[in-house]
Design a protein around this ligand. Structure first.
Ligand code: NAD
Length: 323
């Protein structure tokens, strides 16, 4: 009888305890939800505030900036403008002549630049040249994955080689570059990775099916990498900026067209580079060039695809086949 009473008492205490634990967990959950809501509102207000008053630009004087595809176009302009802002620029390109010209221009302006030939489709070559850079120049603190190609015709007319090479340059090379340089950034607890996506990484466009795939991939891996480092217990101070340029007048877009040419005119490479550097220096995580297209994509996604197709047809901008 006594045992039965004791067992009943113990059962009652267990029930009370487990109710207590459940109540405690419920309170913790409610507090978490309230905190998330408050922070959500604060971050939203902060991001709207930053549209009108962006964070200050950090100084890049003395930073070692490595740019792939620095012999021509946006990469060349980035090299010239980073050097003008006092950075030490490391130019990589498969095109040695153009790369040397970029460095000569920088030196003629009184800047510091180093040139290296590297075919970024080759992982081992990337790793070998990266070692040379570390010995001869130092630890890279800003990496700009810029080199890219853009064959432009219907998917069914793309060759296997075109598609494979495009993925090697526009996506896989970014991974090899990051594997070569990110460990030093983590160790030094400072660094910035900039990746060139494209407006073709925000909107799907005809004649650019594989290219859009590569540029959407850049957006995806940059977000994932940022998440991976956020979960890293060392909490490394490495920043990320993904850039989505509209058509830039470098010759990469061979046959661009736009219904409203004045509204949607090609961006000059100098303007694109200035805008990219500004986004990096302000620590902006994602930016289009010009800035407005990024917001168009963000809000456009709230509406049905059919509605966005109306906008696509109205603007009628893109590239004709280069065949
Ligand atoms: N020009 C545009 O309209 C536009 C628009 C959106 C995004 N982008 C992106 O911006 C980046 C730069 O474009 P751009 O217009 O300056 O191009 P570009 O053709 O003017 O220059 C690209 C540079 O990359 C180099 N390169 C190509 N293959 C290479 C390889 N295997 N190894 C090393 N270097 C290599 C080329 O030699 C060249 O110097 C690309 O990623 C491109 O996709 C360009």
């Amino acid at each position: 009888m006594e045992n039965q009473v004791r067992r009943a008492q113990a059962g009652f205490e267990n029930d009370v305890n487990s109710m207590g634990v459940r109540l405690y967990n419920l309170i913790i959950l409610l507090v978490d939800i309230i905190v998330v809501n408050i922070k959500w509102i604060l971050y939203t207000i902060e991001s709207v505030y930053h549209i009108f008053s962006p964070p200050p630009e950090v100084d890049v004087r003395g930073e070692i900036v490595l740019i792939t595809g620095a012999a021509h176009g946006i990469g060349k302009e980035l090299a010239l403008q980073y050097a003008r802002r006092g950075a030490i620029v490391v130019c990589w390109d498969i095109n040695e002549k153009g790369n040397i010209e970029t460095c000569d221009e920088i030196k003629a302006q009184g800047g510091k630049a180093y040139h290296y030939v590297c075919d970024v489709t080759k992982r081992q070559e990337i790793l070998d040249v990266a070692e040379k850079v570390k010995k001869e120049v130092g630890i890279v603190s800003i990496l700009v994955n810029n080199a890219g190609i853009m064959p432009c015709h219907p998917l069914l007319q793309h060759t296997e080689k075109e598609i494979t090479t495009m993925y090697q340059i526009n996506v896989l090379a970014h991974f090899w570059m990051i594997q070569a340089f990110l460990p030093d950034m983590i160790e030094k607890n400072r660094g910035h990775i900039v990746a060139l996506s494209s407006c073709a990484g925000l909107f799907g466009l005809k004649n650019l099916v594989p290219y859009c795939g590569t540029k959407f991939a850049v957006r995806g891996y940059m977000q994932a990498l940022q998440e991976e480092l956020r979960a890293d217990s060392r909490n490394p101070n490495v920043k990320f900026t993904t850039i989505y340029p509209y058509m830039v007048d470098t010759g990469l877009c061979k046959r661009p067209h736009a219904r409203f040419e004045h509204l949607l005119k090609l961006v000059k490479p100098e303007e694109a580079a200035a805008s990219i550097i500004e986004a990096q220096r302000r620590g902006i995580e994602e930016a289009s060039v010009p800035r407005r297209y990024y917001y168009l994509e963000k809000y456009g996604r709230l509406f049905p695809r059919k509605a966005m197709v109306l906008v696509t047809d109205l603007l009628d901008t893109g590239v004709h086949s280069d065949l």
